[in-house]
Design a protein around this ligand. Structure first.
Ligand code: NAI
Ligand code: MG
Length: 496
């Protein structure tokens, strides 16, 4: 079940990885990094190096921010909204033409199954198209004052300026599209730092940006490490707004850095999202839904449904069904035929996940696991189910970010919402059941940015995405994201 060297998709992906321009993309040019630091990019299915990429450090971030500022002051602000929309549509079209290459490289770099990577690229294309449609619809309001006689008001929406964007490794190109598309549609310029673990598709995207004819400096793409490049971007006084997706810990440090220079901030952080099986749920579809919620993308998803609450009436059947399912999931390289779940992103992530599970086991939990390839140096971790754990235990409350599901038994439907909400997070939730009144009542009571009913992980460009509590600040996607990238001026005119 390990990645086979004779697999044609793997061969093609490895070849594509060798022809990517691995320098920094700053001011419309590929440039060597100031300090000649590099990143070794790994295939997580084999732990072997697939590319060596330039790593940006503070002087490169400074150069990128200056390029973005020049572009914001100059050519980009002179372009009409219609021209911005045309460029975004062109980028979507080029991405569509190269979609299979992007999917192959994404799967190789991240480890996710190729089918999932194809879905990520297709979704990214749609995000660029969706925000291209918004570029010429960023309107203010005409306001009739309620108390100021003789005045008239109107509001104007303006770009914020230079935006720093720091993205993670679990959905690399997809997260780049969520960040870039609304920022560019609203007239900002961008410095985007991909994760050091998965920089390849962002560099490929830089190539498309270049071909499309964006003015130089509108989009700068600078792979680098968090402590060097990421922190430099978050602290840079020339950055007007910072947008981040990743861990709560890093999000907090970015928030602190942003306050010092009063940057605008949006954060999309972690989760410990519940999936709730109501007593009248269809058992088979609930089992499939709960498994999809946690095991998709190896569980490395901020919205992963990592806590299942199953009504006592169905608990034994649902747990048995989930265990049967994890035993049948094929774990392998993302580009190996038949793979349903790939490796985790890194040895560190695998060890972190394993630490959570082993501490739970030592604490008395019952642990069920599927299989992983036995003869591999890759960062594989089996699909895992943990039962019989206390409500306040570490594994029941902290984000694991891997294919690990905690299953709880509940008796009282009224109590389950309070239990599900008893978390520092509030990113997503799933409900499986039939009684529409019960479902809608529960959906209303959950502290979650997204609620999915009889399904999970449905993400559409039109629907806002983000979290309550420690899951973040702000909402991406939908019209909501336009607010993340605009300032409002209220103009008050005294008519005399
Ligand atoms: P991370 O939050 O440290 O990394 C995400 C991004 O932030 C990367 O681009 C990284 O280079 C950058 N970064 C790291 N330190 C930074 C700093 N001091 N200043 C500015 N940028 C910085 O996440 P990491 O270490 O890869 O994963 C750790 C945990 O974070 C995971 O186990 C998971 O719980 C969570 N996570 C959540 C994600 C989500 O989608 N919400 C995505 C990735 C990780
Ligand atoms: Mg990689």
């Amino acid at each position: 079940m390990t990645a086979q060297l004779d697999a044609p998709d793997l061969q093609r992906a490895l070849a594509l990885a060798t022809v990517i321009d691995t320098r920094l993309y700053i001011g419309g040019r590929y440039v060597a990094p100031a300090r000649s630091e590099t990143i070794e990019v790994l295939d997580p299915a084999t732990a072997s190096v697939i590319a060596t990429v330039s790593a940006a450090t503070a002087p490169d971030i400074d150069a990128a921010v200056h390029a973005a500022r020049e572009a914001f002051r100059g050519p980009w602000s002179r372009l009409t909204p219609s021209a911005r929309a045309t460029l975004l549509r062109r980028l979507a079209d080029r991405l569509e033409a190269a979609a299979e290459d992007f999917a192959l490289v994404e799967s190789l770099d991240n480890g996710k199954p190729l089918a999932l990577a194809r879905g990520d690229i297709a979704a990214s294309i749609e995000v660029f198209r969706y925000y291209a449609g918004w570029a010429d619809k960023i309107d203010g309001r005409s306001v009739t004052p309620s108390t100021m006689t003789g005045w008239q008001g109107y509001t104007r929406k303006k770009p914020i300026g230079v935006v720093g964007q720091i993205i993670p490794w679990n959905f690399p190109l997809n997260m780049a599209s969520w960040k870039l598309a609304p920022a560019l549609a609203t007239g900002n310029t961008v410095v985007l730092k991909p994760s050091e673990l998965t920089p390849l598709t962002a560099l490929m995207l830089a190539g498309l940006v270049d071909e499309c004819g964006f003015p130089p400096g509108v989009v700068n793409i600078v792979p680098g490490y968090g402590a060097g490049a990421g922190a430099a971007l978050a602290q840079h006084p020339g950055v007007d707004k910072i947008a981040f997706t990743g861990s709560v810990e890093t999000g907090r440090s970015i928030g602190h850095a942003a306050v010092d220079s009063m940057k605008r901030v949006s954060l999309e952080l972690g989760g410990k999202s519940p999936t709730i099986v109501l007593p009248d749920a269809d058992v088979e579809s609930a089992i499939a839904g709960v498994c999809h919620a946690i095991f998709t993308n190896q569980g490395e998803v901020c919205t992963a449904g990592s806590r299942a609450f199953v009504h006592e009436k169905l608990y034994d059947r649902v747990l048995a069904g989930i265990i049967a399912r994890i035993e049948s999931i094929t774990v392998g390289g993302g580009l190996a035929p038949g793979t349903e779940m790939g490796p985790l992103i890194s040895a560190a992530q695998r060890d972190k996940v394993d630490g959570f599970v082993e501490r739970a086991r030592t604490g008395g939990a019952t642990v069920y696991s599927g299989a992983t390839p036995s003869d591999s140096a890759g960062f594989f971790y089996p699909p895992t189910v943990v039962a019989d754990v206390a409500r306040t235990s570490e594994i029941a409350t902290q984000e694991v970010f891997g294919p690990v599901l905690v299953v709880h038994r509940y008796t009282d439907a009224d109590d389950v919402a309070a239990w599900a909400n008893d978390s520092e997070f509030g990113l997503a939730a799933g409900i499986f059941g039939r009684d529409i009144s019960a479902i809608m009542t529960l959906a209303d009571r959950l502290d979650a940015g997204s609620v999915w009913v009889n399904g999970y992980h449905g993400v559409d460009p039109t629907m806002p995405f983000g979290g309550f509590k420690s899951s973040g600040w702000g909402r991406e996607l939908g019209p909501d994201a336009l607010d993340l990238y605009t300032e409002t001026t209220a103009v008050n005119v005294c008519l005399g």
